[in-house]
Ligand binder design. Structure first.
Ligand code: CA
Length: 237
């Protein structure tokens, strides 16, 4: 196995770092461990990892500063690993360029799923398959981007242009959390009005009414409280 993906774990708590190390090595990843921000930045420089798992609470450098400095020269996906339940921390990390987050304590399955999704999005897995041109498909939900067609269990769904933009953007980032700010900027542009947040919620409620069997117990669009939305991952990934 020469083509292992390299995962850099930047985490100062030994037992969490070791848990990630053993989980990932047993799933065929090559794992590098850094126990401080400084060590992490140096390994990013020298080893160019395919993906970075970053604890926000490090002893030397603030996690947000690490994201900021990495994003100046690297597009390697960063998954924030945080014990903090403070949504603002996660939102800031995502808006600064982190790809996703995972909250401690987390299980093996969740860790592996987040990594797979981020790697897929980083285009390193299949550089030649344009992610956005082929249709999205998960469960009964299908989106044909070239025809702007959304179907659920074979039934065509009528969405307004704004609703379609929201769903299409979530689909292009399926499996990943998309923050409210990112979604609003993507759909309404950088000068979105201040009440856009409310408009986004109204649109989301309408979309769910159209595509979910039970909007209160969604199968496709999940709410990440205080952070944003996550669309069920594309099954053809
Ligand atoms: Ca820590």
């Amino acid at each position: 196995m020469n083509n292992k993906f390299t995962v850099l774990v930047i985490e100062d708590e030994q037992h969490i770092s070791d848990f990630m190390y053993s989980t990932l090595t047993s799933h065929d990843y090559r794992v590098l461990q850094a126990f401080s921000g400084k060590e992490g930045l140096s390994l990013i420089n020298s080893q160019c990892p395919d993906i970075i798992l970053l604890d926000l609470g490090l002893p030397d450098i603030d996690g947000h500063s690490i994201i900021k400095s990495v994003r100046e020269w690297s597009s390697s996906p960063i998954i924030v690993v945080s014990a903090r339940t403070n949504e603002r921390e996660k939102v800031t990390a995502l808006d600064m360029g982190a790809d996703d987050y995972i909250t401690k304590p987390f299980g093996t399955g969740e860790l592996l799923a987040r990594i797979r999704t981020s790697l897929r999005h980083s285009n390193r897995l299949n550089n030649d398959s344009p992610l956005f041109s082929r249709p999205y498909s998960a469960g009964g939900l299908k989106i044909d981007f070239s025809r702007r067609m959304v179907t659920v269990d074979g039934n065509s769904i009528h969405l307004t242009p704004i609703e379609y933009k929201i769903v299409a953007y979530l689909a292009q980032n399926s499996g990943k959390v998309v923050t409210h700010t990112t979604l609003m900027t993507q759909v309404w542009g950088p000068y979105a009005a201040s009440d856009t947040n409310k408009i986004l919620r109204v649109n989301m409620a309408n979309i769910r009414r159209k595509i979910e069997t039970n909007p209160a117990d969604p199968k496709y669009i999940f709410t990440e409280v205080g952070v944003g939305y996550r669309l069920k991952e594309d099954e053809q990934g």
